[in-house]
Write a new protein. Structure first.
Length: 318
């Protein structure tokens, strides 16, 4: 009885190793898993940095649009709306490596007219920098409309931040993981998968080796392919949708706004007027009444009457 039970146990376990950690396969699988984990972690770090950089590009574009709505003269807003709306698309084209192609030209033509295209040269490359240079020239021309320098400086600060974020995007797009590193990992993985059937031939039946090798190859090669895709983040992220949303919001905000900036108005004149959107707050605004017509000279007034007259006719100095 005891011999029959032991023989059945041996028959059931003749193809299954009793101590898997001692198997050569498991030892090599640990090293391969570490290599793939390092590969995917490095690729995902690049992907996360690319997401952050493009989000900063969109945020800087919206900040610039918000200030143009308030401080840009009305006659310049049409051109500024086109230039600002085209910046995210130009950054997208550089990130995807399609700058200067027909597809990039077709997308830019949806937001730039012929006059704006004349201000840039697509053949020179770096279209985002050219667009920002044109915007800087338009900011300088605001001096002719008496736009205060502090407003121009604030808008130029947004352009500086936008230029820095665009340069960061270029760095992430043009400096992926070294090719030799990626190739070496892929080659090592393929060699390990080819040697897998011979390694487990003595411990597994033939009907397990074939399907098991296919499943393991699909899993490990899939992980390697995911790492390769994450190393090209701007082709994986839905950047086209982000650009469409940002361009539509900026263009509609600039073109639909009827806000007129306060251009070089004297503060004392603003106090006397009903100017709706001056830089003064409601607490600073005062109503200056008309000086009353006196029926007697100031020498005939009492001290309280003189004090009241001084309060009514006095305009506070800013």
């Amino acid at each position: 009885m005891r011999n029959s039970s032991s023989s059945r146990y041996e028959a059931c376990t003749q193809y299954v190793p009793i101590h898997p950690p001692d198997c050569y396969l498991y030892k090599r699988l640990t090293s391969i898993s570490k290599i793939l984990a390092f590969r995917t972690n490095a690729a995902y770090a690049i992907f996360g940095a690319a997401c952050d950089s493009f989000a900063e590009v969109l945020a800087s574009t919206r900040n610039l649009s918000r200030k143009i709505v308030v401080w840009c003269p009305m006659e310049h807003r049409g051109e500024m709306a086109q230039l600002v709306s085209a910046i995210p698309w130009a950054v997208k084209h550089r990130g995807q490596g399609i700058e200067g192609t027909q597809d990039a030209f077709d997308e830019l033509s949806l937001y730039l007219d012929d006059e704006c295209f004349k201000a840039i040269d697509l053949a020179k490359g770096n279209v985002p920098a050219q667009l920002m240079t044109v915007i800087t020239r338009r900011l300088d021309q605001m001096n002719e409309h008496k736009v205060e320098l502090i407003y121009q400086l604030l808008m130029d600060n947004d352009l500086t931040a936008l230029h820095s974020n665009a340069a960061r995007t270029d760095r992430l797009a043009t400096q992926p993981t070294p090719v030799s590193y990626s190739r070496h990992i892929s080659r090592g993985l393929i060699v390990w998968l080819l040697a897998l059937p011979a390694t487990v031939a003595s411990t597994c039946p033939w009907w397990v080796i074939g399907p098991g090798t296919l499943v393991v190859s699909w899993l490990l090669l899939g992980i390697d392919d995911i790492g390769m895709q994450l190393e090209q983040p701007y082709t994986v992220m839905p950047v086209k949708k982000f650009c469409e949303e940002c361009s539509y919001e900026c263009a509609s905000e600039i073109l639909d706004s009827q806000w007129t900036p306060r251009l070089g108005a004297n503060k004392r004149d603003v106090l006397r007027s009903d100017f709706l959107n001056s830089e003064l707050t409601q607490g600073d605004r005062v109503v200056v009444p008309v000086k009353p017509v006196l029926k007697k000279s100031q020498t005939q007034l009492s001290k309280s009457e003189r004090r009241t007259l001084r309060k009514v006719t006095e305009i506070p100095l800013l």
